[in-house]
Design a protein around this ligand. Structure first.
Ligand code: AMP
Ligand code: MG
Length: 499
């Protein structure tokens, strides 16, 4: 099989063409040409057959060499993109692809163009003081979660392959002054584009309006052709897509963890899987990111942060359009889109059409009052048909972390009596309430097996993640609340940004 790459990005947009080492500020350019740094012993750890179909590729022995960065094909023109970003609410200046690099684009048999990007393939001009590498644990997390997100039906960049490098990477996992050598890996990611809000922000911040315009026109032409010549309409659609993405994350209990503007896709897709997590107990202020001390990126804050980030994008586009009023109108309308989708999603989780009945809000309040596993509770709610004379159905009490008080049980019984009298759409419930999400502790177990040399561990879990909505037996080990030992173990619930 011959692998052919196109280079539309490189040949259309301004970029640094000379490949030279060293971190630096790059002005007036959308990208810098780079080359991956070869690794000692590239070995394929995992492969997503569905993602490969997007490229019309099949697994072959040469993949480890190519996707580990050891072999650059003739048609590849690898580059690292220049972008900036607001991190934790503050302008951080130039960031850029510090360890990611796009090899080129593959146009498949259906005419779709997919960017093929390596993450962890060595330093670029944007690496600042870091090494351009990624550790196995964070790479396994990105590989599995992006594919899981796809199978959950939520827009996301994809993961094609996970390649072990055979090299160690130095990381201070707990930021406590004890760096250790950890196994390294490279993830191959796919997306129509990896452009983030930060790609626009960097040019606006430097008043490089010509480049800003070229980038914007390119993105609209390639990804929003229906809005050709209309930046307002383009922005409006980015707002709507981002709103819907936030609502969909909330439906499945996903917490991104680092919603900086450099980690928000211009497509409105999930991108950059770092210290993400999933709600085990339904807890509105949960953040998986131990660095996020102010809970800025906590579960229930995500819609608000999505809007904050969109405001930064509007500021970046303003030099191109002049009038801020239409941008402001779209930004305001973001909340309408979010509320609509969120309402539909959440009512679907209990199998009822959206209404003003307090039934849904009452349930969510109850779930907040006692630690209850979000996934198990909602999935099993469809299995509950009636109440016994006392207590709660086993399917639901299985979701509790601990033993609720008799008063709490009574309140839940009263809620259930009201609820079970309604005509529910059980099939709808089973389509929106997953029985399996890649909980952090489950992924951590895969990482542990992988690090111990169990080559099949990642693909085995991926196989399960392909069917997140299927029925699972009560004793299925993947359909259990988070075990007690995982509550405080690093990586199993919360984790640092170290990757
Ligand atoms: P993140 O928080 O992973 O989205 O990364 C923020 C910025 O830091 C991006 O510009 C990354 O490319 C850069 N970065 C993170 N880790 C590394 C690394 N190990 N080497 C070089 N750049 C990195
Ligand atoms: Mg990032």
């Amino acid at each position: 099989m011959e692998l052919i790459f196109d280079d539309l990005w490189v040949r259309t947009l301004p970029g640094e063409q000379d490949i030279r080492p060293g971190s630096r500020q790059v002005y007036g350019q959308c990208y810098s040409r780079v080359l991956p740094t070869a690794v000692r012993k590239p070995g394929l750890i995992a492969w997503s057959a569905e993602a490969a179909q997007l490229l019309d590729w099949t697994q072959s022995p040469e993949m480890a060499e190519i996707l580990g960065g050891n072999r650059v094909l003739e048609s590849m023109k690898p580059y690292a993109a220049c972008y900036g970003g607001h991190q934790f609410g503050h302008w951080a200046g130039q960031l850029g692809d510090g360890r990611a690099m796009t090899l080129g684009e593959v146009v498949n048999g259906r005419g779709e163009r997919w960017e093929v990007q390596l993450k962890g393939a060595g330093p670029t001009p944007y690496s600042r003081r870091a090494d351009g590498r990624a550790v196995l644990r964070s790479s396994v997390r990105e590989f599995l979660c992006s594919e899981a997100m796809f199978h959950l039906g939520i827009p996301t960049t994809r993961a094609l392959a996970l390649v072990g490098t055979g090299e160690g990477v130095m990381r201070d996992m707990f930021y406590d002054g004890h760096p250790e050598l950890e196994p390294g890996a490279v993830v191959t990611r796919l997306a129509p584009t990896f452009v983030r809000f930060g790609n626009f922000e960097i040019f606006a911040s430097r008043n490089e309006v010509d480049v800003l315009r070229q980038l914007t026109e390119f993105v609209i032409e390639q990804h929003y052709p229906q809005h050709r010549g209309d930046i307002y309409a383009f922005y409006d659609e980015v707002c709507r897509r981002t709103a819907e993405l936030m609502a969909d994350w909330m439906r499945v209990g996903f917490v991104h963890g680092v919603m900086n503007t450099d980690n928000l896709s211009i497509l409105g897709w999930t991108i950059d899987y770092g210290p993400y997590g999933w709600l085990d107990p339904y807890q509105l202020d949960f953040t998986p990111n131990t660095t996020d001390r102010n809970l800025r990126y906590s579960y229930a804050n995500q819609p608000r942060i999505g809007q904050w980030n969109l405001a930064r994008l509007a500021e970046a586009l303003l030099p191109l359009v002049g009038d801020e009023k239409p941008l402001q109108a779209s930004l305001d309308h973001y909340l309408v889109h979010f509320e609509k989708r969120h309402r539909e999603n959440m009512w679907a989780k209990i199998g009822l059409p959206p209404s003003n009945d307090p039934l849904l809000a009452d349930l969510l309040n109850l779930l907040e009052d006692f630690e209850t596993d979000m996934t198990i509770f909602f999935r099993n709610l469809a299995r509950v048909r009636e109440l016994e004379a006392e207590g709660l159905p086993r399917e639901l009490s299985r979701a509790f972390y601990g033993t609720p008080s008799p008063e709490y049980i009574e309140k839940m019984r009263i809620w259930l009596l009201r609820y079970l009298g309604q005509a529910r759409d059980l099939e709808l419930m089973n389509r929106v309430n997953p029985s399996l999400i890649p909980r952090n502790y489950l992924v951590q177990q895969v990482i542990d097996r992988c690090a111990a040399g169990d080559a099949g561990a990642v693909n085995e879990f991926l196989q399960q993640l392909r069917q997140p909505y299927r029925e699972r037996a009560e004793d299925d080990p993947l359909f259990q609340p988070r075990p007690d030992w995982a509550r405080n173990r690093p990586g199993c619930s919360a984790l640092s940004c170290s990757s």
